[in-house]
Design a binder for this molecule. Structure first.
Ligand code: PGA
Length: 271
């Protein structure tokens, strides 16, 4: 396949680095982070942050005109209605959010979110003109028992009830092994890349090779400044989903440095 053609079709021509702040921060610390993020200048990267929903508007206002997009950590699949405490995809979209997570393992565990609910959320996010970042990944027991592929396949298969081919092609998929999240023990870059290739294969079965190759697949789970480069130089890792390390500006900037320099180097090597 013509590589240039593939790159032209990519929804994100550059690697995507997403900072998931989870339920962290105060007004004061959020202001501090935003003051640093507004100055970022990484033309080779797409950068997004996912603040706690209460800080979404603050983030959008401060980052307006910067290169950093804002997204939601979670949405309710209905556009509006009697769902106390929830926020819909349409509401985040109206504010100016570009992304929303679906199926983060912390929500699958804490809120018992099923694969079917996650699929419904992806459909709602797309309907609201945002890009879903669908998280998939296995537990440590499943990893140990060599069940990673089948777990991820069933998480992906659930999408087929809700999403059209066009919808599937618009997803960002985040491979996040649950045992690597917040533990300081990331997957090895080689292992992550192999799982990304299985995800790409599943997408190829649904969409054909040309379209499947345009889908952005990112890795998350204990990404830090010491390992970011090793992930980014893998052939099928299109970006990073960063939790804890995204709350520390200098650490996050080092990750962004690694992501952009590894990209430049691999472009050089391809010449
Ligand atoms: P971590 O979290 O980088 O702190 O492991 C990643 C995530 O949960 O998205």
């Amino acid at each position: 396949m013509d590589e240039r053609q593939t790159l032209v079709n990519r929804p994100f021509p550059h690697p995507l680095v997403v900072g998931n702040w989870k339920m962290n921060g105060s007004l004061q610390s959020v202001h501090g982070l935003l003051e640093a993020l507004v100055k970022l200048d990484y033309p080779q990267l797409e950068i997004a942050i996912l603040p706690p929903s209460l800080f979404t508007l603050t983030a959008l206002m401060r980052l307006n005109g910067s290169q950093v997009s804002v997204g939601a950590q979670n949405i309710h699949p209905q556009p509006y209605g009697a769902h106390t405490g929830e926020v819909s995809a349409a509401m985040f979209s109206e504010l100016g959010c570009r992304f929303a997570l679906a199926g983060h393992s912390e929500r699958r565990t804490d809120q018992n979110e099923s694969n079917a609910e996650v699929a419904a959320k992806c459909a709602a996010i797309l309907k609201a003109n945002m890009t879903p970042i669908l998280c998939v990944g296995e537990t440590f027991d499943q990893y140990r028992n060599d069940q990673t592929e089948e777990v991820i396949e069933s998480q992906l298969n659930a999408l087929l009830a809700n999403l059209t081919e066009k919808n599937l092609a618009s997803l960002v998929v985040a491979y996040e092994p649950i045992w690597a999240i917040g533990t300081g023990k990331s997957a090895t870059p080689d292992y992550a890349d192999r799982v990304h290739k299985r995800i790409r294969l599943w997408l190829t079965r649904q969409l054909g090779e040309e379209v499947a190759n345009t889908v952005c697949i990112i890795y998350g789970g204990s990404v830090n400044s010491a390992n970011a480069r090793d992930f980014m130089v893998q052939s099928d890792i299109g970006g990073l989903l960063v939790g804890g390390a995204s709350l520390n500006v200098s650490e996050f900037c080092k990750i962004l440095d690694s992501a952009s320099t590894s990209l430049l180097r691999s472009q050089e090597e391809r010449k």
